[in-house]
Each structure stands twice: as structure tokens, then as C-alpha cells.
Design a protein around this ligand. Structure first.
Ligand code: MD3
Ligand code: FE
Length: 219
């Protein structure tokens, strides 16, 4: 479903088996060193969603090679299979829009632009994410989002301000969302998680979101 130019929602893209595999991988990445941590904000606060990074460490508002606000260890590498999953996700999402990701729907990553950063956010029932833009990457490649566990209300806004107009979309376990083109710089956030909505067989309490990005930041 095309939500806005370049913003494509593909419900249930990951089947139950691939959801379980991705969750198992996330649990491994969440272990120290450079595992799950509470994200510090420059204003002295902390985010309610906890995070683990692959490839580069997101330390607001810059990327680093070590877990700056974690244990300081080198960040785990981005696995090749996850980079491929990002590329496949973009192809799948834009194939459904009928224009192969060109023009208004947003440009796919170029051949030299491998997905090289993953940010994995863990939400418990009270966690949320305020309206923000993702602007630290230098590439215009689409951001890929994969959701696991509890559903959430995802708020997709506009490029001008945190406020209206915005659109609320429910993201559920297995859903894919791709944000390219004009949507790449739109404000967005997670106003609430819907506790108890995870597929029982997955074995996850809370919500997990994996975003795949092209940093364009060099080696
Ligand atoms: C639209 N994560 O990690 S995923 C983030 O559910 C982030 O954890 C939310 O916002 C989450 O930065 C929302 C959907 C998403 C991710 C990145 C985007 C939407 C986006 C980047 C640009 C535009
Ligand atoms: Fe974001």
C-alpha cells in the first residue's frame, strides 16, 4: 500500500518462520559486547526504546564505530544476509507500486550502495518514540523497517514540521515499510505500542523494529 510518495507498507511480508529467525538473530545481537543499551540524548535524557546497532553506532546526532553510550566496544558488523534482506525488501515494496521504485515512489539504492547499518529498537508496553527525522545518513537510499512482536501505532508526518498533517498506521509483526524518495525526510514517530498483540507463537513480549539504512559515510 502506498501511504505517501515513496512510502510503501507491505503487511505480513515476513512469514512466521522468518520472523522467528530474525528475532533469534536480534537476541544474539542484543548480548554484550556492544549489545542492547539505553540511548542517551544530548539534552541529558534517555529514550524509552532501547537499541542495538550493527555496522555503525547511532549516537545522537552522529554515527560512531564504537558503542559510545554503551560499553564502548566495537559495534558488531552488518551481516551480508541482512544487507541482502534490505535490498530484497526495497525491490518487493516498489514492485507492488508498479514503477520499480523510480520517479515519485523514490529511488532504490544504487549498486554501490549496500545496506550497511541496522538500528534495532526494543519497545516495552510503555515505550514510544517522539516525532523526528532521520538525517544522519548521507545516502538518499530508502530506509527499510521490519516490525516484530506487539503491534504499534506508527505516525507518518510531513517534511515541514512535527505537527499535522500526519497519518497513523498500525504496524504489526511481520510488516515491512519502505521510506524512499520524498518520504525519506518526513517526520515520523511511534506514539504507542499495543501490548498483548504479538503473535503468541513468536515468543516476544513487547515490540521490536529493525531499520536498515545505507550510511553513505565511507569505510
Ligand atoms: C520514515 N523507528 O529508528 S520505523 C528510527 O518503529 C525509527 O522503531 C521507528 O523511527 C520504530 O529512526 C519507526 C519506521 C521508520 C523508520 C525510519 C524512517 C520510518 C521512517 C526514516 C525516514 C522516514
Ligand atoms: Fe526514525
Amino acid at each position: 500500500t502506498l501511504i505517501a510518495p515513496g512510502a510503501v507498507h507491505v503487511p505480513d511480508w515476513l512469514g512466521p518462520l522468518r520472523q522467528r529467525e530474525l528475532l533469534a538473530a536480534c537476541r544474539e545481537w542484543a548480548r554484550p559486547p556492544a549489545g542492547l543499551r539505553t540511548v542517551s540524548t544530548p539534552g541529558g535524557g534517555t529514550m524509552t526504546a532501547r537499541q542495538v546497532c550493527l555496522g555503525l553506532h547511532w549516537y545522537p546526532y552522529a554515527y560512531a564505530r564504537t558503542a559510545v553510550d554503551g560499553d564502548g566496544a566495537p559495534v558488531k558488523p552488518m551481516p551480508g544476509w541482512l544487507a541482502e534482506l534490505g535490498r530484497d525488501a526495497v525491490a518487493a515494496a516498489y514492485a507492488g507500486t508498479g514503477d520499480a521504485g523510480t520517479g515519485d515512489a523514490g529511488a532504490p539504492a544504487g549498486p554501490s550502495e549496500a545496506y550497511d547499518i541496522a538500528l534495532i529498537n526494543f519497545y516495552d508496553g510503555d515505550a514510544r518514540m517522539g516525532m523526528h527525522r532521520d538525517a544522519e545518513e548521507r545516502s538518499a537510499a530508502p530506509v527499510v523497517s521490519l516490525s516484530l512482536g506487539d503491534a504499534c501505532v506508527f505516525r507518518f508526518g510531513n517534511t515541514a514540521s512535527r505537527g499535522r498533517p500526519y497519518r497513523d498506521v498500525e504496524l504489526r509483526s511481520g510488516d515491512l515499510f519502505v521510506f524512499g524518495g520524498p518520504s525519506r525526510r518526513a517526520y515520523h514517530g511511534v506514539p504507542r505500542v499495543l501490548p498483548g498483540t504479538a503473535p503468541p507463537a513468536l515468543g516476544l513480549t513487547g515490540r521490536l523494529n529493525i531499520t536498515l539504512r545505507v550510511g553513505g559515510l565511507g569505510q
